[in-house]
Design a protein around this ligand. Structure first.
Ligand code: WQD
Length: 370
């Protein structure tokens, strides 16, 4: 194992390391001086992402970069998960002035909204059991069990018009799918654990719609099979992998009739995790905190499609199709709490984000995960 950097700010345990948001967050953590132990079982990700992370870190000119360690682990396998974490904790403890495991970020979860309707048992077992194991292991192996949890705006359901832009203290509604229910359940579990265990601290980040890719185009979104999400479907259509984009409905009660979302650049989202961890380690936050991680701006599907066409010059083929079941009409964030308390803001223009997605797709060529 590479020497754990003496100058490191400490070791972060990160689950879902080969995933879309996990891989981008590892880059930002390492550039901020943390060492990272990443774990993943590649259920819904590819080892290629690890190569991309290592290349970006190698090329990075950030001072005091941390080290990246990776282990293939299924987070629902408690014994294997705990054994790996202890291996790195004890190794780092040999470095007397090292800070050990100073925090964890939990990304590992199944996250395909429609799939969760067909496979509820998989979603409840995987998403809840992996979380329970992470909490148990952090309490056992870290003197600073600071956990950042990957939550979702799906916990809000469809907000009432008067509740938009949505605030953290807006009423939660029963999510429409097992996926959304596991996210809401996880927040309750984490809050109860914070109340019960004195040194546990948790920050739940409620993401809106993460899109785009790292500027290097060495990491990005790699959906398996036919993309469920809008932006990878757009870029695959532009690359000729997909015949035509279907816009699911233009008869909603919105200015142009298509659904509205808060599209945030995945790199800005990754930076929010680093900001949250730093504030937790500096004891600047309460034991239990929730933050909306969005841009604060709503964009409709048709606005996004037309922006992509305008900035890339690609003749994107699309048609208006019937509404997709389970879609909410409109949601976007009031992100002022994160801007204030995390000293973080997502202000990358949509044009630049879509260009990063297109650059990543062009680098992939017309390869798509089968
Ligand atoms: C966005 C809009 C579709 C595909 C996602 C994640 C979910 C959660 C919230 C983190 C919708 C429309 C899509 C297409 C389309 N994130 N669309 N044609 O549904 O908001 O959910 O963000 O937890 O995990 O899945 O994102 O990209 O699927 O859809 O018209 O081919 O684009 O109807 O209005 P969604 P999405």
């Amino acid at each position: 194992m590479k020497n754990i950097a003496k100058s490191s700010k400490g070791l972060i345990l990160l689950t879902g390391a080969a995933g879309f948001i996990g891989s981008h967050t590892i880059v930002e953590l390492i550039e901020d001086g943390f060492d990272v132990l990443g774990v993943d079982n590649f259920y819904n990700s590819s080892p290629d992402a690890l190569e991309g992370i290592n290349k970006i870190v190698e090329q990075s000119s950030a001072p005091n970069k941390g080290c990246f360690f990776f282990e293939e682990v299924d987070c629902t396998d408690y014994n294997k998960f705990d054994e790996i974490v202890e291996k790195y904790r004890s190794k780092s403890a040999e470095n007397s002035d090292y800070r050990g495991i100073v925090g964890a970020i939990h990304f590992a979860a199944c996250k395909a909204v429609n799939e969760s309707l067909e496979k509820p048992l998989l979603y409840y077992r995987n998403n809840i059991e992996s979380l329970l194991n992470l909490i148990t292991i952090m309490r056992k192996r870290s003197n600073n069990p600071n956990i950042v949890f990957s939550s979702s705006c799906t916990v809000y359901g469809q907000p009432a018009d008067e509740d938009l832009p949505i605030k953290e203290n807006s009423p939660l509604q029963m999510p429409l799918t097992p996926y959304g229910k596991t996210k809401q359940m996880a927040e309750y579990i984490l809050q109860d654990c914070c109340n019960a265990y004195s040194n546990l601290k948790v920050c739940a980040l409620r993401y809106f719609n993460p899109i785009g890719a790292h500027p290097s185009a060495l990491i990005g979104e790699l959906p398996r099979g036919v993309p469920q999400n809008l932006v990878p479907f757009i870029t695959q259509t532009a690359a000729g992998i997909r015949e035509c984009l279907s816009v699911f409905g233009d008869d909603y009660n919105t200015p142009d009739g298509s659904c509205i979302r808060d599209y945030i650049w995945v790199v800005d989202l990754a930076k929010a995790h680093v900001a949250a961890l730093n504030k937790m380690i500096e004891n600047k936050l309460d034991k239990w905190e929730v933050f909306n991680i969005g841009t604060g701006k709503g964009t409709s599907v048709l606005e996004l499609v037309n922006t992509f066409i305008r900035i890339t010059g690609v003749e994107l083929k699309y048609r208006i199709a019937p509404r997709r079941e389970g879609d909410i009409e409109q949601v976007w964030a009031d992100a002022s709490k994160a801007e204030r308390e995390l000293e973080w803001k997502a202000d990358t223009p949509l044009e630049d984000i879509l260009l990063s997605a297109w650059k990543w797709q062009q680098r992939l060529g017309n390869v798509n995960e089968s």
